[in-house]
Design a protein around this ligand. Structure first.
Ligand SMILES: [Zn+2]
Length: 255
């Protein structure tokens, strides 16, 4: 008989399985990411139906089965109902769970990552008056924090090749004159102009505005509400983030 395992957890994903079952992808505090089966969960009066929903924060009891873990009991800690009832916030929450699920592989306890995902969902649930553009920034904030937590903090203050500090240049009124810099994905950070000229193919051009945004995002979530992001900034941030996460093998992600 396998021992009963217990842990706090967040439900990331669910899929129908067989006639009445579901397979859940769950990030747990003590065991990392697991797949677990909820048996008979799609039956009408299934006891755990409401506790086992995507986004729920739960305490989980499970045992090891042949191909999956088997869920035995669930205590609901927070269903984040206010997020589920608010479509723009729900959309961001689901995007966060999705990209998190893409990034995190395997059963490995990681408290830093656990704290990040739990804190982020809680934060989403506590911020009532976030506008949609702030929610978008929150999403990028999450992705870049996740990348940092996995040990790939981007270098935004000195050149990743020659290590020279990067000069801040004054922005011109005309947008075309904005100072552009280069981001070298494989080295995980910015290049100075001189080094940038040497790397013809692999660099991505980023504007000073995007660099500023990234620097703010790297700081902390308290300032997120004050950040302004134009359509252009957003496009650039999407492009850079896409290229960056592509480097980690996540290529089909839809922003
Ligand atoms: Zn350089």
């Amino acid at each position: 008989m396998h021992p009963l395992l217990t842990t706090d957890a967040i439900i990331l994903k669910e899929e129908d399985y067989r006639e009445f079952d579901k397979i859940f992808t769950i990030f747990t505090k003590n065991f990392g990411k697991i797949n677990a089966i909820g048996r008979s969960i799609r039956k009408k009066n299934a006891k755990l139906k409401y506790s086992l929903q995507v986004l729920n924060f739960v305490n989980l009891e499970f045992i090891e089965g042949k191909s999956f873990y088997i869920i035995c009991d669930v205590i609901l800690k927070d269903d984040f109902q206010n997020v589920k009832d608010d479509f723009p916030r729900l959309k961001i929450a689901l995007k966060i769970l999705n990209i998190f699920n893409e990034f995190i592989q395997g059963e490995e306890e990681d408290r830093k990552i656990w704290n990040l995902i739990l804190a982020s969902i809680k934060k989403l649930s506590q911020t009532q008056n976030y506008q949609i553009k702030n929610l978008k920034i929150f999403y990028f904030y999450f992705i870049w924090k996740l990348i940092s937590s996995l040990g790939f903090n981007p270098e935004l203050y000195k050149c990743v090749i020659c290590k020279k500090p990067l000069q801040e240049k004054k922005q011109q009124k005309n947008q075309n004159d904005y100072f552009n810099s280069y981001f070298l994905i494989e080295n995980g950070g910015l290049l100075c102009q001189t080094c940038g000229n040497k790397y013809q193919n692999k660099k991505i051009v980023v504007s000073s505005n995007t660099i500023k945004l990234l620097r703010l995002i790297q700081k902390d979530d308290k300032i997120l509400k004050k950040i302004k992001m134009s359509r252009n900034d957003e496009d650039e941030l999407i492009k850079l983030t896409k290229e960056f996460i592509n480097y980690f093998g996540i290529s089909k992600y839809n922003f």
